[in-house]
Design a protein around this ligand. Sequence first.
Ligand SMILES: [Zn+2]
Length: 78
Amino acid sequence: MTRRKPVVCVHHSPDGWVLPDYTDFADCTTNYRREQDGRPACTSTAVWKVVEDYGLHLTIGFYCDTDLPDEHRHHPAA
Ligand SMILES: [Zn+2]
């Protein structure tokens, strides 16, 4: 059985992303790991939204410019 690669969509919004319930702006997704590692939380605006479509489910991550994983950096910085 081959594992399907997710379809990845990377979106950029210079003002950050509002959460689906419109209560707040999305925080940098790396904060979950930072908390586990005991590092301070990222306070940068999460300007990148990365949607990975695995067919059965979606994962959505938000990243500031510094924390965007390299594999999602398809576009040269404007
Ligand atoms: Zn960050």
